[in-house]
Design a protein around this ligand. Structure first.
Ligand code: SIN
Length: 308
C-alpha cells in the first residue's frame, strides 16, 4: 500500500487529509470524532478574542452538484472558553491545528499566544474569510497587512504558523510570498470564493448577510490554480483546499504543489466517514499509478508541463 504520511510544520501526519476549519471542528468532541474517523489532522473553527454569535439565518445555501455558499459570520465561543475543547481533542491523540482570526496584528498575536498555550501543534491564521468586515480577507487581501500579522504572530509564539490565504485577489501568490517573507511555516490555500445567491421571488440575496463564500467542487479548479501559482513562488509547504472529494482530487492538488489537503464541504455533505474511505481510495489509486510515497509527487506536474 502506498505510504500516505506527509511531513510539514515539523510533524509527520499519518495521512494528508485534514479536516478544514469551520466545518466540523467547533467542539472538542467533533474534532476528536474527525480524528477517530481517520483525518490526518484537524483544524479548529476560527476562534476570536470574544464569543461571537455570527450572522442571523439563513447562513447557508447548498447546491446539489457544485457545493455550498455560506456566510456564518465567524461564530465561535471565544478564546477564553476554547482551551477545554482542544484538551478533549488532544487527549484523543489528535493532531490539532488551532485557527484564529483577529482585526489587526496585535489582536492576532495575543490570540495566537493563547491558542499556542493550549498545546496545538500549529496555528492557522484566518486571513481569508471573504465577508467579515475588517477581518479575514479584509486584512488578508493586502500583502503588507499579511506580512505585519504573520511577523507579529511569529514573534508571539514558538509553534509553526500557517497563513490561510484568500483566492479573492488578482495575485494570490503575492499574499503567500508576503506570509513567507514574514516567517510563515506553511500556506493554506484557498478559503471560499466570494459569491452570491438571489431569491428571485423576494428579489433579494438568499443569505441574511448578502455576500457569502462558495466552496465545494465548483471551486476546485480555482484552488488548484492558486496552489500551482503559489508553489512557483514560495518554498514553504502548501496545504491545498477547495472541492476535494475523491482520490484524484487529492492527487491533482499534490501534483500542483500541496503536501496536504483539507476537506470541508465534502465532510459537510458526506460526514466524517469520508476520511477513512478517501484514505483507502487514495492508497489504491497511488498503487495503480505506481507511486509508493505520496510525498514523491509533490509539485510533480510542474516538472512535466509549462503552463502560462
Ligand atoms: C464564516 O464563519 O462565515 C466562514 C469563515 C471563513 O470563511 O473563514
Amino acid at each position: 500500500m502506498a505510504d500516505l504520511r506527509t511531513t510539514l510544520v515539523g510533524h509527520t501526519f499519518r495521512n494528508p487529509l485534514w479536516l478544514a476549519s469551520g466545518i466540523w471542528g467547533e467542539s472538542g468532541n467533533s474534532l476528536k470524532g474527525a480524528w477517530e474517523a481517520g483525518a490526518g489532522g484537524v483544524v479548529t473553527k476560527s476562534i476570536g478574542s470574544q464569543p461571537r454569535m455570527g450572522y442571523p439565518n439563513p447562513t447557508v445555501v447548498t447546491y446539489e452538484k457544485w457545493g455550498m455558499l455560506n456566510a456564518m459570520g465567524l461564530p465561535n465561543p471565544g478564546i477564553e472558553e476554547y482551551p477545554q475543547e482542544i484538551g478533549i481533542a488532544r487527549s484523543a491523540g489528535a493532531a490539532v491545528i488551532g485557527s484564529v482570526f483577529g482585526a489587526d496584528a496585535e489582536e492576532f498575536a495575543q490570540l495566537a499566544a493563547r491558542m499556542a498555550a493550549t498545546g496545538v501543534l500549529a496555528l492557522e491564521l484566518n486571513l481569508s474569510c471573504p465577508h467579515a468586515k475588517g477581518l479575514g480577507s479584509g486584512i488578508g487581501q493586502d500583502p503588507d497587512q499579511v506580512r505585519e500579522v504573520v511577523r507579529a504572530v511569529k514573534r508571539a509564539v514558538k509553534i509553526p504558523v500557517i497563513a490561510k490565504i484568500t483566492p479573492n485577489h488578482y495575485d494570490v501568490a503575492s499574499l503567500a510570498q508576503a506570509a513567507e517573507s514574514a516567517g510563515a511555516d506553511a500556506i493554506s490555500a484557498i478559503n471560499t470564493v466570494r459569491a452570491l445567491a438571489i431569491d428571485v421571488r423576494l428579489r433579494r440575496p438568499v443569505l441574511a448577510h448578502g455576500l457569502g463564500g462558495l466552496s465545494g467542487p465548483a471551486i476546485k479548479p480555482i484552488g488548484l490554480a492558486c496552489v500551482w501559482q503559489i508553489y512557483e513562488r514560495v518554498r514553504i509547504p502548501i496545504i491545498g483546499i477547495g472541492g476535494i472529494e475523491h482520490a484524484d482530487d487529492v492527487i491533482e492538488y499534490v501534483l500542483a504543489g500541496a503536501r496536504a489537503v483539507q476537506l470541508g464541504t465534502a465532510v459537510a455533505f458526506r460526514g466524517i466517514g469520508i476520511f477513512s474511505g478517501l484514505a483507502k481510495e487514495l492508497s489504491e489509486r497511488l498503487d495503480a499509478l505506481k507511486v509508493h510515497r505520496l510525498e514523491e509527487i509533490v509539485g510533480g506536474a510542474h516538472t512535466t508541463a509549462t503552463p502560462q
